[in-house]
Design a protein around this ligand. Structure first.
Ligand code: GDP
Length: 170
């Protein structure tokens, strides 16, 4: 028997770290250097095949830079969250830590959180070491990955590793 499970996923992180670009890469396999900020908090969906019997459908909510969508109501019923920082901006990791704390306080305790260092294609400009981010993620019990929305590296893996942590036994 095949089954499809659906989960709500929210993206959080400092402005311009590449949240919308990651969604665009994952959902449409596209990248746009000059993309305007998305208007509104529309969601997109993407389905992945986890195994022969299971597909996971993500309902992906991108905060679209609008403060009012960053309120607890936006992530309260989320099953999973991708908290994004930019590996070339160390301040964006501080902001990511703030988001993680907020989720730990306000979101459902079962939420699966993945910390994502985006823009891995900009290695020469790296400010955040893999070791620092990975250590923090381990301490907090988060999944961690680096990715590049631009090249596509690591993007699909983000969603696959989240899917594997979700409660699929229902
Ligand atoms: P958001 O505000 O977090 O949704 O960020 P955007 O998706 O709008 O991206 C902000 C800027 O970073 C845009 O100019 C993107 O083209 C650029 N960007 C996003 N992801 C990457 C990436 O992986 N590599 C590089 N080099 N630039 C990226």
């Amino acid at each position: 028997m095949s089954r499809q499970l659906q989960f709500k996923l929210v993206l959080l992180g400092e402005s311009a770290v590449g949240k919308s670009s990651l969604v665009l890469r994952f959902v449409k396999d596209q990248f746009d250097d000059y993309r305007e900020s998305t208007i509104g908090a529309a969601f997109l969906t993407q389905t992945i095949q986890l195994d022969d019997a299971t597909t996971v459908k993500f309902e992906i909510w991108d905060t679209a830079g609008q403060e009012r969508y960053k309120a607890p109501m936006y992530y309260r019923n989320a099953n999973c969250a991708v908290v994004v920082y930019d590996i070339t901006q160390s301040s964006s990791l501080d902001k990511a830590r703030t988001w993680v704390r907020e989720l730990q306080r306000q979101a459902d305790p079962s939420i699966v959180i993945l910390l994502c260092g985006n823009k891995s294609d900009l290695e020469p400009r790296r400010q955040v070491s893999k070791e620092e981010a990975q250590k923090y993620a381990e301490e907090e019990g988060l999944l961690w990955a680096e990715a590049s929305a631009k090249s596509g590296d690591g993007v699909h893996e983000i969603f696959t590793s989240i899917a594997k942590k979700l409660p699929l036994s229902t």
